[in-house]
Design a protein around this ligand. Structure first.
Ligand SMILES: [Zn+2]
Length: 164
């Protein structure tokens, strides 16, 4: 049972409060690896706080339940905290935006895929980022007409940290 935090680091320009648009229905896109046989799962999985699946042979449930396609080891993942926001003051620094418990499975990497939003720093404008994959690959760029300035989110990185 390992509690891990997903940290992201982005360069925010004239925007703040970056977060998934709909936290509880957001699918956190992860690549996972089986710690028992060392096999990395080919297909990414989406872990969603509002989804609940029964854990085989137990009365519990988890946000993601799976078994390794090679060694058949059962595993599951539960999101513990998803109410974080990445602000302008966090720019260019790693900050935890998700805490989850991984039982029998390890995350390898994270993709920013999915719908995010952020707020303009110089006006009341809100921006929707239709697919976070864009900020991760080429960077996301827009223009804040009310604040008369360019806005962008670039240099997106991530890492996982152990949480006690
Ligand atoms: Zn396995």
């Amino acid at each position: 049972m390992v509690k891990l935090g997903l940290q992201i680091k982005c360069t925010l320009f004239n925007v703040t409060d970056l977060a998934p648009s709909d936290r509880d229905n957001f699918g956190w896109c992860l690549t996972l690896k089986c710690p028992q046989c060392g096999e990395e799962h080919k297909n990414d999985v989406f872990i969603t706080k509002s989804e609940s699946h029964e854990i085989q042979g137990s009365r519990g449930s988890a946000n993601l339940v799976m078994s390794c396609s090679f060694c058949k080891k059962h595993s599951n993942v539960d999101i513990l905290q998803n109410d974080f926001t990445y602000s302008l003051s966090d720019s260019e620094k790693f900050k935890t935006i998700l805490v989850a418990e991984f039982r029998g499975i390890e995350p390898v990497s994270f993709k920013f895929d999915g719908e995010w939003n952020c707020s303009a720093e110089n006006s009341n404008k809100k921006f929707e980022i239709a697919d976070g994959a864009e900020m991760e690959s080429d960077g996301w760029y827009d223009y804040d007409q009310d604040g008369s300035c360019e806005v962008s989110i670039t240099e997106c990185e991530h890492k996982f940290i152990k949480i006690k």
